[in-house]
Ligand binder design. Sequence first.
Ligand code: HMG
Length: 399
Amino acid sequence: MPGIDRLSFYVPKYYLDMKTLASERGIDPGKFYIGIGQEAMSISPPDEDVVTMAANAALQCLEGEDNQTIRSLIFATESGIDQSKAAGIYVHSLLGLPSTCQVFEVKQACCSSTMALYAALDRVARRPEQKVLVIASDIARYGIGTAGEPTQGAGAVAMLVSAKPRLVDIMPQSGSFTEDVMDFWRPNYLDEALVDGKFSIRMYLKALTHAWNDFQNDGGAPFAELSRFCYHQPFTKMAHKAHRALRNLANDDQEFHNSILETGLRYNRRIGNTYTASLYINLCSLLEQEKDDLTHDKVGMFSYGSGCVGTYFHGAVRPGYHKHHFGDIHEAMLDDRIELTYDEYTSFYEHQLPIDGSAYSIDAYETGAFRLAGIQEHQRCYERSAACAAALKKLHGAA
Ligand code: HMG
């Protein structure tokens, strides 16, 4: 059964603790820590964008792979950097992927990573000798001082999709729901999303209900067969709200144990909303943080993208999965981040690239293997760091 062969994520080196934001806004930190379930949010410095985060996430995922087998790179984002050119082409170049690897970008808010995953599954089902690299990368940005501000974040996830996956088989049944609503959107002329927060939560839950019913009609696993649940997490409390709704829907009267969700929320609680990457960081957290053996466990997954589309599907964890994840690397990456003061956060937030294409160079901050160096004649110029040379050598040397 085709599925996810490798899974890795990347977050910027900087974060804002929610208590810093709470104190600045005169709000009880409990509202953020408990009320929305967030401890911190990842903040990208001026020289990181969806391309650099994506390339960093993929670097880990591709280590030891024969890149010649990767015939497609599908990039999901709602923080696009160009109306025409796919952001994935820059990633393709930064990683030195073969020219025979086709690249394209998909969009439907946070749900587009799931569309990208499904496109990849179809491709490897037809051509089992090939692999597809799916990358989801986003910077969640709301206005300063708005209700959405504490639900920001930044990060990217990379998934290698294959016909014989080492981590999770993705089952063919799925359920979907689409409705034209304005719960969250970002017009081309704005850098921040517009949102009707309470309505967006209601739409998320409505989409979950309908997508679940459609999933059941499609022969998907009944609730009692699913032992773990992953959700798109704009903030981790949303997963609890969603799971409560799903249990009601399935008339589940068993006692709820927090552990069913908890290990899957750990990373997102420290990262914040990563839009397209969020659901798959939840899956990553579950596979890497859960102490119990998950082999053959069926995992229900709900993907929600405002606007809106919801999709329910499920996967089954492969035997030996724990030998193929990057838990230690991901934990160290989260532990090694630099905490921002409020003023540093606002200065990162306020940084803007020129919109007249004039030559502009960006100060160097702490980044991973790639950074955005500046703009020249309306073109983004990316740079590889010294650490990158060694990583790329490892990548291509292994092929
Ligand atoms: P708000 O109005 O600031 O918060 O907006 P609130 O007053 O509703 O409080 C939040 C929770 O904190 C409540 O709990 C309070 O009781 C609790 P709930 O009733 O929800 O269980 N609370 C406290 N708890 C402990 N100690 C305290 C305390 N005070 C209050 N002292 C909102 C919150 C999430 C609406 C806002 O941040 C927002 O608009 N965020 C952006 C929109 C969003 O994330 N929507 C989620 C669904 S849509 C989605 O997921 C798609 C998306 O990812 C985009 C895409 O698809 O591309 C956003």
